[in-house]
Design a protein around this ligand. Sequence first.
Ligand SMILES: Cc1cc2nc3c(=O)[nH]c(=O)nc-3n(C[C@H](O)[C@H](O)[C@H](O)COP(=O)(O)OP(=O)(O)OC[C@H]3O[C@@H](n4cnc5c(N)ncnc54)[C@H](O)[C@@H]3O)c2cc1C
Ligand code: FES
Length: 511
Amino acid sequence: MSASEKLPQFSQPYWRDLDFPSFKPLTEDLTVHVAIVGAGITGITAAYLLSKAGVKVALLEANKVLDGTTGHTTAKLTAQHNLIYDELVSHFGEEKARLYYQSHQDAINFVKQKVNEKGIDCDFSQENATVYAYTAEYAAKLQTEMEAYRRLGIAGALKDTIPFPIEITGALMMENQAQYHPLKFLKSLLQEAVDSGCQVYEETTATDIEDDKTAPKVYLKGGYKVTCNHVIMASHFPFYDKIGLFYARMYADRSYAIGITTEEEYPGGMYVSADYPARSIRSTPFNGDKLLIIGGETHKTGQGTNMMKHYEAIAEFAMTTFRVKEILYRWSAQDLVTLDKLPYIGPMTEGRERVLIATGYKKWGMTTGIMAGHLLADYVLAQDSPYKELYTPSRFQADPDVKKAITTNFDVAKHLLKGKLEVVDKVTDELHDGEGSVVMYEGKRAGAYKDENGKLFVVDTTCTHMGCECEWNAAEKTWDCPCHGSRYSFTGEVIEGPALKDLTVLTDEEN
Ligand SMILES: Cc1cc2nc3c(=O)[nH]c(=O)nc-3n(C[C@H](O)[C@H](O)[C@H](O)COP(=O)(O)OP(=O)(O)OC[C@H]3O[C@@H](n4cnc5c(N)ncnc54)[C@H](O)[C@@H]3O)c2cc1C
Ligand code: FES
């Protein structure tokens, strides 16, 4: 059977194969101390810490808890964020690079401590993390990264081999990292938060914030509002950004993962490639056996080619590296990358600590989200933290930021124009069942999808965020925006922001 034939028909992350509690939408005005928008790893960690500290918290989730990026991760819990320390040392200096490492180690220790203290059954295990190279160029980078490890006192070692039939030019191991089932762990934290009085609301979308100096307000889609002392925006991409501070400083990048069973026994450890094609390997306990999670491929959201090709490339890699029994799961998701590669955690505007933000985790949010939850709780509780300055959103490292900001915005402008100028000659009659495409519809560019029963859905592909034209994602059957990563279902509903308004539906009539 070929790699593509082995792939499951539908996208479904392994982690979501669990029962979750459900929560009602908020249908009245509310007053709390802290309103947290977004129930992913960041929002739930902050909600847990603040509720345990006796703070009155409301956690507002647009969809279902833990069904955003956190539900679609590969969940390595590590401070080895591919190659980063040499760059951090040269960009920010040794002291800040050490703080970066320490802040992520603290996050791993927090999870470990909670697991031991509460006996949380979340498949936690300590593992070494290894980054490997395919080329001489990247083997040299591993050497300089190892030199940075030495300077920073990080326990690690260079290796010549990894236990897989992959031709490599070198590898760098970081000792004593970890992996877990993030949703089992966070479900337990969420339950503790609820037991401590945290109010959780699902299907409750925040649309705006009034950044009042004493009592900020969060406005909701249904017309209700939450008045509070602090707002924490843990919504992945900030839904509120009046002056476009974050849109210009981040981009959304997608990756793909599959869950496979294999004939051979897995040797342990977590692996990621330093150069391209991007590949990631780990395992997790599964029905008395192991499920291997193979990840990789990467492209800016809305800018890939046929997205099924990315799954096929990972499946091919799995089949040449392992004796694959079955591919049981496939899923994909996106994360946000900032210009200087550090996340933005802290006050949205310098000196105004009532509206806080955490975003830009560069696909390393398992430690960053836990760390951000702690840091945001420190801001609310007016506690010191050695990490505030490092991650503050108002930091300004002039040179690299400015150059990249220009590139990022140029890229947005390019896509804004491209979609408008594109010549589209396909029409809805040419679509097969189960196919979607940009089409010409009533004289205009539109997005059409014909479902398995021949029912046609046509939407205006103009993104409701800032007007770029969305592209079809055949693997997830969604409309994805190439500018800031908003995503919509084929019926036009927002799945992922920053967009808050659905696409205009042009038709969903029987064909
Ligand atoms: C394929 C992939 C693999 C990854 N693998 C790893 C890994 O191995 N290790 C690692 O450390 N990191 C990894 N990451 C990164 C990590 O998964 C993310 O950084 C992290 O999950 C982000 O968490 P979050 O809480 O910021 O966002 P989310 O989990 O997306 O939570 C945000 C929530 O906010 C809600 N929301 C959004 N807007 C609104 C609104 N207006 N009103 C109300 N609610 C709203 C969303 O519905 C969502 O539930 C990976 C990422 C990807 C894409
Ligand atoms: S997400 Fe910003 S224009 Fe679409």
